[in-house]
Write a protein that binds this ligand. Structure first.
Ligand SMILES: Cc1ncc(COP(=O)(O)O)c(C=O)c1O
Length: 390
């Protein structure tokens, strides 16, 4: 069998080693606390499930859905955008449904990147931006996310020739894995950069609603003129605890939506209509579970940040996402530290190197386990004498 070169280009799965160690620990009967999972532990709100069970019984939902999303779902997205960001969208031309935002993120590269074309990709980052580029036989150019720059790419340090050559840039704020946020002034600079270099900005906004203390993450499309140069990717996964349902959407540039739509019509056949009806309920129905969710993650975040800071860390309280980006102790790289912590305490952390080379020296903690388990985790670290010495 002769497997395609593009498969061989995909970097090895860096979490494989830790997965093996996890399995071995479970077999030995270790009580694992898994802080590695970026998947909400709470159920989908009941009113959304009720809508699905109703819709699924309606035979009108059983046929092929429209490729780009039902009119109802796309209108619900446009209404949500207007209410949440005061951004007007044409539901027919500037909105497309996705089978989870991951699907759209992976496919947008096929719509924009020809062999040898450059994409500007943050590092550390959600791995699909890089693999999406590689699947399209493009060249990913790394934009390091450094703590001293607030984990924002330094646009001035991007090589001018590369910038001119690049077709597309990916950004993601609130950010996975660093928990960083970006303000509108930064987005304005990015829009100018995109205009100057004629490139598409893809903004991954999966964590748009997971923000603390009244902070509201801005949409890229709030910036004047951004709609001409930007696609924004959204997910119902984290806001409505719907990761398994596979529903998301992209909004923005009509030209980019139409290009993505050409790829998608040839690859998939849309989202099950009953799920789209539940999606309409999610976006237009009661939203009171969101402040409850934020409250829950805030309590968890504070247990972890305060707990680690008592053990010598000096972690700033993140303003958004359910991740904490934690520097590893001196002389320990991300994999060694994750392995050491697993061995000594049964706690699983995600090594930052899994998100790119600039993730080295960090581990990611996901706040997807409850407060008693997080307290137990901090207690175990303390008992094992694991502290920060950086
Ligand atoms: C930054 C980021 N983008 C996109 C996604 C994909 O979300 P989904 O495909 O469930 O919409 C994730 C999932 O963890 C993520 O962390």
């Amino acid at each position: 069998m002769r497997i395609a070169q593009r498969i061989k280009k995909i970097p090895p799965y860096l979490f494989a080693e830790i997965d093996k160690k996890k399995e071995a620990a479970i077999e030995k009967g270790v009580d694992i606390i898994n802080l590695g999972i970026g998947d909400p532990d709470q159920p989908t709100p009941a009113h959304i499930i009720d809508q699905l069970t109703k819709s699924v019984r309606d035979p009108k939902t059983h046929d092929y859905p429209p490729y780009e999303g039902t009119k109802g779902f796309r209108s619900a997205i446009a209404s949500w955008y207007l209410k949440r960001f005061q951004v007007n969208l044409n539901p027919e031309k500037e909105v497309i449904s996705l089978i989870g935002s991951k699907e759209g993120i992976a496919h947008v590269f096929l719509a924009f990147i020809d062999p040898g074309d450059v994409s500007l990709i943050p590092d550390p980052a959600y791995p699909v931006y890089k693999t999406g580029t590689l699947f399209a036989n493009g060249e990913p150019y790394t934009m390091p996310l450094l703590e001293e720059n607030g984990f924002l790419p330094d646009l001035d340090s991007i090589d001018e020739d590369i910038a001119k050559k690049a077709k597309l840039m990916f950004l993601n704020y609130p950010n996975n894995p660093t928990g960083a946020i970006a303000n509108k002034d930064y987005f304005k600079k990015v829009v100018n950069f995109a205009r100057k270099n004629d490139l598409l900005i893809c903004h991954d906004f999966a964590y748009s609603e997971l923000a603390y203390g009244g902070y509201q993450a801005p949409s890229f499309l709030e910036i004047e003129g951004a709609k001409d140069v930007c696609l924004e990717f959204h997910s119902l996964s984290k806001t409505y605890n719907m990761t398994g349902w596979r529903i998301g959407f992209a909004v923005g540039s009509q030209e980019a939506i139409s290009a993505l739509s050409i790829i998608k019509t040839n690859v998939d056949s849309g989202i099950f209509k009953a799920i789209q009806e539940a999606g309409i309920t999610a976006l237009t129905g009661p939203q009171d579970h969101i402040p409850e969710l934020i409250n829950m993650y805030t309590q968890r975040r504070d247990v972890v940040v305060n707990g680690l800071n008592q053990l010598g860390w000096n972690i700033e309280v993140p303003k958004a996402t359910f991740y904490i980006w934690v520097p590893t102790p001196k002389n320990m790289n991300a994999i060694d530290f994750s392995n050491y912590v697993l061995e000594k305490t049964g706690i699983i952390l995600t090594p930052g190197i899994g998100y790119g080379k600039y993730g080295e020296g960090y581990v990611r903690i996901a706040l997807t386990v409850d407060v008693p388990r997080l307290k137990e985790a901090i207690g175990r670290l303390k008992k094992a004498g694991i502290t920060y010495n950086g």
